[in-house]
Design a protein around this ligand. Structure first.
Ligand code: COA
Length: 260
């Protein structure tokens, strides 16, 4: 029987070897704040240790996977220490030993796209829209996407997605290998869960070692990229370009609510 536990924007439930992790902050398009990252770190640590968890299944809402990092938290990051829940989450998801299956509906912005680079199977709805908006915010890639995306898509495709930073479709995401399959929105959860159930029924040790071997040749570069990116990211957050872009997002919001 499923057990459900909702902690500040993250909802978890467990059923037959699968730990479901739902992003649940609909009023903010599932933007991930520091408390949500801290919950995710705790969930990943427990799931890694708990033998009854064989697969992690991550999903968002019907219209939005996540709009990425909570932009209001960026002003609270003064150094690497203050951003530690985010960095800890990236470290944990990149080292997580069990299969991770993701189901993506609607918007997957920033970390909503980059975290998929650390998942094993990704199912995207035909309404999914991806975006890596870092440079538009005066920032640089995160989550080792500066290493993993060119590895997946080649330099020029990665440069286009990271430097022009425009939204892209689930079809393009499938073409470059960021997602396994694109399906009608109403089929995504069932299809992704079906795959998660198949993985959960496989011999756990064989699956764990297969994942370890699949990632072994690039684990070192991924962790170097995480370190290097986070240092640059923190530096850029202090610069006027980034401060202006983030302030502009919230000014636009307050302008819109003033008009409405
Ligand atoms: N951080 C903080 N708040 C966010 C957010 C984010 N990443 N994304 C959305 N929100 C908030 C909005 O401020 C708004 O809050 P309010 O209703 O209290 O004003 C609410 O979520 C709804 O967002 P809204 O912009 O009205 O939805 P939309 O459908 O018009 O646009 C997005 C959705 C995702 C395209 C747009 O919100 C956006 O561009 N968000 C920022 C994405 C981003 O840059 N992420 C960081 C990547 S590093």
């Amino acid at each position: 029987m499923a057990v459900t536990d909702a902690v500040g924007g993250i909802e978890t439930s467990y059923e037959q070897g699968i730990l479901h992790v739902g992003l649940r902050r609909p009023g903010k398009k599932n933007a991930l704040n520091l408390a949500m990252y801290a919950s995710l770190v705790r969930i990943l640590d427990e799931a890694d240790r708990d033998d009854s968890v064989r697969v992690l299944f991550i999903y968002g809402g019907d219209e939005c996977f996540t709009s990425g990092n909570d932009l209001s938290d960026f002003s609270r990051f003064s150094d690497v220490e203050s951003a530690s829940p985010v960095l800890d989450f990236l470290s944990r998801i990149s080292r997580f030993r069990k299969p991770v299956v993701a189901a993506v509906h609607g918007l997957a912005v920033g970390i909503g796209t980059t975290l998929l680079l650390h998942c094993d199977l990704v199912y995207a709805a035909d309404n999914a829209i991806f975006q890596l908006p870092f440079v538009r915010l005066g920032l640089c890639p995160e989550a080792a996407s500066s290493y993993l995306l060119p590895r997946l898509a080649g330099h020029r495709r990665a440069a286009e997605l990271l430097m022009l930073a425009e939204p892209f479709s689930s079809e393009l995401a499938r073409e470059i290998g960021l997602v396994n399959h694109v399906l009608p929105a109403e089929q995504i959860i069932d299809t992704a869960l079906n795959a998660a159930r198949k993985l959960a029924a496989m011999p756990a040790e064989a699956i764990r070692i297969t994942k370890e071997l699949l990632k072994a040749s690039f684990a070192g570069p991924v962790h170097s990229a995480l370190d290097q990116e986070s240092r640059y990211f923190m530096e850029l957050l202090e610069k006027p370009d980034s401060r202006k872009a983030i302030a502009a997002f919230f000014e636009k919001r307050s302008g819109e609510s003033g008009e409405g």
